[in-house]
Design a protein around this ligand. Structure first.
Ligand code: NAP
Ligand code: MG
Length: 477
């Protein structure tokens, strides 16, 4: 049967006013880097250069930490919580007001579909600032003692998959608790963090409370190793997380690490299968699978395997891959050429090791970085695609016969960030969730986030919690 095709429905980018080059945001102003280094940020859907940003060296990081230190001592720490809250509420309101502009910019710089940046990332970013604004004057009642104190200067390093949302997860609780920050966004997605710096100016945030240093890995390393940083907060790969843990070992710095994952999404035979298929698609293809808590290992009870696979393939054939700014797009571009290489490499290894790939027919654009949504069947626990994080739109499908086997397979991973359970039985949800070694367990849903809810990992997925009341603890002494 022939299908009606969608007409293109591109979101206009006219709302985003981009400068050709950006400096570092230090002490409330944009300043050039000391040694003049620059990096280019591209649109991964077209490979077009969007802007040049400064590459901060050690001298710049030093300046930023000094600005954060004096803002901490002179302004932010002495300020009553109810006054800090006003700034955070103001920032939250400006984000909500400018959310369309921020969503378009996020999709341009990152490659994620506008449907997601508009309907998921941006509402969560604003909600996070609103939520922590509400805590700023109530810290004495948060359960951390009668008069908890801020730590000082926080050095924060974030990845490229949810650039503005990860910034919100880091900056909102730090400021609410009276800390000041120096944040390094990822090399490939610095533009919304720089726009956030402009929002700090618009909100009249005192200079130095928030500093943004753009750059690559060495900039991040200089920041976390800086002797005047009191608290390190990192989201990114387990490999870099391990290096950071080593770098700060033996210092007085406090550390939280949010690292990788390889989540099991477990479908029992009594589950509502159509609903489970939606959850599987959301769990593995949301944000092109660039999600630390992606449900990248599907565990299906053998008795419903054929039926579930057939529906999953039918559903995947309706996914639209292409222009991130098109409002009908489901999967956008892979964030960088380097990430595309990693995905291709691991998918190739999956094939070599004997698993069978399947993708729906889909035409990928000629320019930019693209990978079709893919599932691998015939996967065993020994396969690398069942053990390693692919961080792309690739799902490994395994089967099980009994609940015990499902739990054993789900926990058979060095990670422990998230998991999903699909079943009609409430008692089974509780019994299985109790036995899964994962920070977040979703039941009959997946990838649901809320600022009131803590998030974080077990084992090699890191330590510490972000979000909710728990998220305050990482910034209080
Ligand atoms: P990454 O390579 O670890 O990079 C993360 C950040 O660290 C980037 O800003 C990066 O800069 C910087 N960096 C690189 N080397 C560094 C060093 N030696 N010292 C300090 N900073 C350094 O990870 P990624 O590839 O960008 O992100 C994907 C990973 O993040 C995945 O493993 C994913 O699971 C994880 N993640 C976890 C969560 C969570 O909450 N648990 C959330 C999102 C993502 P450059 O950009 O210049 O490389
Ligand atoms: Mg970019």
């Amino acid at each position: 049967m022939s299908r009606f095709e969608y007409a293109p429905a591109p979101e206009s980018r006219a709302i985003v006013d981009l400068q050709p080059a950006y400096g570092l945001f230090i002490g409330g102003e944009f300043v050039p880097p000391a040694d003049g280094g620059v990096i280019k940020s591209v649109n991964p859907a077209s490979e077009e250069v969007l802007a040049e940003v400064a590459e901060a060296g050690p001298a710049d990081v030093d300046r930023a930490v000094a600005a954060a230190r004096s803002a901490y001592q002179d302004v932010w720490r002495p300020m009553p919580g109810r006054e800090r809250a006003k700034y955070l509420f103001r920032i939250a309101r400006i984000i909500a007001e400018r959310s369309r502009e921020l969503a378009v910019l996020e999709s341009l710089d990152n490659g994620k579909p506008i449907r997601e940046s508009r309907d998921a990332d941006l509402p969560l970013v604003a909600a996070h600032f609103f939520y922590y604004a509400g805590w700023a004057d109530k810290l004495n009642h948060a359960g951390f003692g009668p008069d908890p104190q801020p730590l000082g200067v926080a050095g924060q390093v974030i990845p490229w998959n949810f650039p503005l949302l990860m910034l919100a997860w880091k900056i909102a609780p730090a400021l609410a608790t009276g800390n000041t920050v120096v944040l390094k966004p990822a090399e490939t997605t610095p533009l919304t963090a720089l726009r956030f710096a402009e929002i700090c100016q618009q909100a009249d945030l005192p200079p130095g409370v928030v500093n943004i240093v753009t750059g690559a890995g060495p900039t991040g390393a200089a920041l976390v190793e800086h002797p005047d940083v009191d608290k390190v907060a990192f989201t990114g790969s387990t490999e870099v997380g391990r290096a950071i843990a080593q770098a700060v070992a033996g210092t007085r710095k406090r550390v939280t690490l949010e690292l990788g994952g390889k989540a099991a999404n477990i479908v029992f035979e009594d589950a509502a299968l159509d609903q489970a298929v939606e959850g599987i698609v959301n769990g593995s293809f949301f944000n092109q699978g660039h999600v630390c808590c992606a449900g990248s290992r599907l565990l299906v009870q053998e008795s419903v395997y054929d039926e579930l696979l057939a529906s999953l393939k039918r559903r995947m054939a309706t996914l639209r891959v292409g222009d991130p700014l098109d409002k009908n797009t489901d999967l956008g571009a892979i964030n960088s050429g380097a990430q595309l290489e990693r995905i291709r490499n691991l998918a190739g290894i999956g094939e070599q090791e004997g698993a069978q790939p399947w993708s729906p027919p889909c035409q990928l654009p000629d320019r930019g970085y693209w990978f079709a949504p893919t599932i691998f069947t015939g996967v065993t626990q020994a396969h690398r695609i069942a053990r390693e994080e692919i961080f792309g739109p690739v799902l490994s499908v395994l089967t099980f016969r009994t609940p015990d086997e499902a739990v054993a397979k789900a926990n058979n991973t060095p990670y422990g960030l998230s998991a999903g359970i699909w079943t009609e039985k409430g008692s089974r949800i509780l019994a299985i969730a109790d036995r899964l070694r994962a920070g977040v367990v979703w039941a009959n849903t997946f990838n649901k986030f809320d600022p009131t809810s803590p998030f974080g990992g077990y084992k090699e997925s890191g330590y510490g919690r972000e979000g909710g009341r728990h998220g305050l603890e990482a910034y209080l002494a």
